[in-house]
Design a protein around this ligand. Structure first.
Ligand SMILES: [Zn+2]
Ligand SMILES: [Zn+2]
Length: 208
C-alpha cells in the first residue's frame, strides 16, 4: 500500500490517495480545495486508476474539489453516506459565506456501515461514525492497520460537535467504536498530523 497526503483549503483539510501499487488501483479520500489535482497527477504518473472518491462527510472543506476528480474520471464514482448527501447537493458553509463556489452534485451511490470498498487487494471498510455530522464515515483498513478518520478523531482532539446538526452523544458512541480498534492502528485524520489509537488512548484529553 502507498498513502499520499495533500493538505489544502481554508480549513487546512487533508486529502488522501491510497493505492494498491501491484494492481494499479487507487482511491481518493475527501476532496479539499486545491488538493486533488496534484494527487491525480501523481496517480497518472504511477499509472494508477482511481475508480472512487470516498467522502467522509459533506462539510464544504471535504468536498470542494469533487468536480476536479470527476472532470478527470467521468466514470469515477463519488460515494458518501446518505445522511450527508444533502450537503453535497447544497454545498457551502452554514456559518459563513465561502469565497468560492462549490458545484452541487448528488452521490453516485451511498455507503452504509460495514460496506467494503475493494481497491485492488486493499479493503476499506466504511464505519458509520455520526456525531460531528449525521452521515460521517471513517474508513478502516484492518490488514494495513490504518483508520482514515475524517473529522471523528484528531491527534490530541476530536471533531467539533457544536455545529447545527452535530450530535455530541452520537459522537461519544462513534469515538468508542474507533477506540475499540487495536493500539497500533495508524490514524490518518481529516485535519492535522497522523497519530495512532494507542497514543490517543493514553493522551487525548477528549477521550476520558
Ligand atoms: Zn467536518
Ligand atoms: Zn473538516
Amino acid at each position: 500500500m502507498e498513502i499520499h497526503q495533500n493538505t489544502g483549503g481554508l480549513a487546512a483539510t487533508n486529502a488522501y490517495l491510497i493505492a494498491d501499487e501491484k494492481s494499479g488501483q487507487a482511491v481518493i479520500i475527501d476532496a479539499p480545495q486545491n488538493t486533488i489535482l496534484p494527487l491525480i497527477k501523481l496517480a497518472q504518473h504511477k499509472g494508477w486508476d482511481i475508480p472512487f472518491l470516498l467522502l467522509t462527510h459533506g462539510h464544504w472543506d471535504h468536498i470542494s474539489d469533487h468536480k476536479v476528480y470527476t472532470d478527470h474520471y467521468p466514470h469515477g464514482k463519488v460515494l458518501i453516506h446518505q445522511l450527508d448527501e444533502a450537503k453535497l447537493q447544497n454545498p457551502g458553509s452554514r456559518i459563513f459565506q465561502l469565497p468560492y463556489q462549490i458545484a452541487p452534485r448528488s452521490a453516485d451511490a451511498y455507503l452504509r456501515d460495514g460496506d467494503v470498498i475493494e481497491v485492488g487487494a486493499l479493503n476499506l471498510k466504511a464505519m458509520f461514525t455520526p456525531g460531528h455530522s449525521p452521515g460521517h464515515l471513517a474508513f478502516y483498513m484492518a490488514h494495513e492497520k490504518t483508520l482514515l478518520a475524517g473529522d471523528l478523531l484528531f491527534a490530541g482532539s476530536i471533531g467539533r460537535t457544536d455545529l447545527p446538526d452535530a450530535d455530541p452523544q452520537a459522537m461519544q458512541q462513534s469515538l468508542a467504536k474507533a477506540m475499540a480498534l487495536p493500539d497500533e492502528t495508524s490514524v490518518r485524520p481529516g485535519h492535522g498530523p497522523a497519530t495512532d489509537i494507542g497514543t490517543e488512548r493514553r493522551s487525548n484529553p477528549f477521550l476520558s
